[in-house]
Design a protein around this ligand. Structure first.
Ligand code: PGA
Length: 255
């Protein structure tokens, strides 16, 4: 059975020293039982990756980045390549977060190109999808997510799918304190799993991990994580507090 994954997306928060402190506190407080039954990932800012990687050694907690370039190397000022991330100790990379789509113009095609580059470079992409409030109100949310999935996964092979994680994050629930009801989340996860099964067959559809993200916190995590078809969480704000993040990790295993 696939383990649940609890991933912390630190976004553009914390200086190097504050990142080191938070990582140390997570390593110290993470429940030992949970780290065996649940996979845990933190995604600090680029400049904190190397230091955090050293601190995570032997902790069982994995490291990821929040974004990467789809180019190998060269004259792309300000960009970070996949090989730089693997060299810094990253195993995962978040791709196509709604904030990247909204503020940095990332299209489904860019998300696809970055995901393919991650996969051929030994990084596991967490591909983010999700509709805006307007799209939900207009009842076109399934069509939007279907397009994000089909265009985002274009050209990804059956074998590569074992390294792909999807994160369903309704944009209206990110950083707003609003969150999808367990039923809304579970329904969308079923819908997404159906799309993946349609493209790759039901075995890969069932095996692919689909995370929920959007205002997950210590209070609501248990209910969301056990709503059915939800294989973990991508946590933003609540991942910046060691104690709260560790409580969310524990909720993944408690029934
Ligand atoms: P949030 O962010 O938990 O602060 O809503 C989640 C995310 O954007 O990944």
């Amino acid at each position: 059975m696939k383990k649940k994954l609890i991933a912390g997306n630190w976004k553009m928060n914390l200086t190097l020293n504050a990142s080191i402190e938070l990582t140390g506190n997570i390593v110290k407080n993470v429940p030992k039982k949970s780290i065996i039954e649940t996979e845990v990932l933190i995604c600090p800012t680029f400049i904190a990756l190397s230091a955090c990687s050293t601190l995570l050694k032997d902790s069982g907690i994995m490291l990821g980045a929040q974004n990467m370039s789809d180019k190998d190397d060269g004259a792309y000022t300000g960009e970070i390549s996949a090989s730089m991330l693997t060299a810094a100790g990253c195993e995962f990379v978040i791709i196509g977060h709604s904030e990247r789509r909204k503020y940095f113009g990332e299209t489904n095609q860019i998300v696809n190109s970055k995901s393919l580059k991650a996969l051929t470079s030994g990084l596991k992409p967490i591909i983010c999808v999700g509709e805006t409030l307007q799209e939900r109100e207009d009842e076109i949310y399934e069509a939007i997510v279907e397009k994000q999935i089909s265009e985002g996964l274009a050209g990804i092979s059956d074998e590569q799918m074992s390294d792909v994680t999807i994160a369903y994050e309704p944009v209206w629930a990110i950083g707003t304190g609003l969150n999808a009801t367990p039923k809304q989340a579970s329904d969308m996860h079923k819908f997404i799993r159906g799309l993946i099964s349609g493209k790759y067959g039901s075995e890969i559809g069932n095996e692919t991990r689909i995370l929920y993200g959007g205002s997950v916190n210590a209070k609501n995590a248990g209910e969301i994580l056990h709503a059915g078809g939800i294989d973990g969480a991508l946590v933003g704000g609540a991942a910046l507090k060691a104690e709260e993040f560790c409580t969310i990790i524990s909720s993944a295993t408690e029934k």
